[in-house]
Write a protein that binds this ligand. Sequence first.
Ligand code: KG4
Ligand code: ZN
Length: 342
Amino acid sequence: MKILGIESSCDESALSLIEIDKNRIKLLKNLISSQVEIHKQFGGIVPEVAARHHAENFFPLLKELDINIKTDVDLIAVTYGPGLITSLVIGLELGKTLSYIYKKPLIPINHIEAHIYSNWLTHNELFDKKKTFPVLAVVISGGHTQIFLMKNYGKYKLLGETVDDAVGEAYDKVAKILNLSYPGGPIINKLSLEFTEKPSFEFPRPMINTKDFNFSFSGLKTSVLYKWRDEKREKNQELIKEYCNAFENAVCDVLSKKIIRAAKKYNVKNIILGGGVSANSSIRNRISNDTQKLNIKTYFPEIKHTGDNAAMIAITGYFNINKKKKNNFKITADPNLKLPAC
Ligand code: KG4
Ligand code: ZN
């Protein structure tokens, strides 16, 4: 079965073609047109600008994809939420149009679910249901920080989420405070690793000891803001690295502690992370080390599948095949789409 994935929920326009044969995934095409360079000058994503570029990007991407949709595609999977409404509608309407012209079934995809299933693109053993579930699925991205208990494919129980900023949002805001570029996550990650000593100060770990599985990153960001504002030392590169390291230590502590507690409480067999922030090497090392002690296997997507991409949308189409309809033209974009509770 060959599935065409379409993604446009934020600032990446993406198309991908995957082939699934007996639970083996072949990534046939994977194209992403990133708008990072455009939004850099604004220090963040401007929705109106993102939408206009999606509209301009998709036809060149489709040309570059260079496939015969009529013969090379069995299903079309397209993101319909959550995300920026102006961005979502561009990809969704492209999906509807291709589905109409080529008479292919269209499957609407939840972007958060796709970040979870991005792991199935690489880790074939996850197709073994008995060994995989129950799973703790953790989405850490620019828009979301959520922990789900997944008892089976498509069965999600939201255990906790951020009560304010998403973790990626905190990375981007802290980068802005430290006069670093956008997106801040990868830059902070790199600078933090270059600081090899123990920082001379610590930032708070908000909500680390609460009994729930919620997070708060806004207060952490504000602590960085105030400390940087009142900083008496010379604000040189070495000091920025120390701030990055101290910030990342706080993030790792909070994420690891809550994930481990949830994994123990719900007696999961595996932990799966996904989303842009799951590319972070400090977070990967910390969570892998901490969970190894518990004998729980932790999975991360390949780095190229951590940020927004269309391969994860295509594979999520495979797991939502029951939503297959010939003419799914009434779907509307939902910027606040949630995963169905169970
Ligand atoms: O999943 P994603 O591409 O888009 C959303 O669905 O939000 O995530 C983007 C976020 C940005 O906030 C970016 O700074 C962050 O992922 N990010 C990272 C790293 N790479 C990307 N954060 C921390 N460390 C990284 N290496
Ligand atoms: Zn995303």
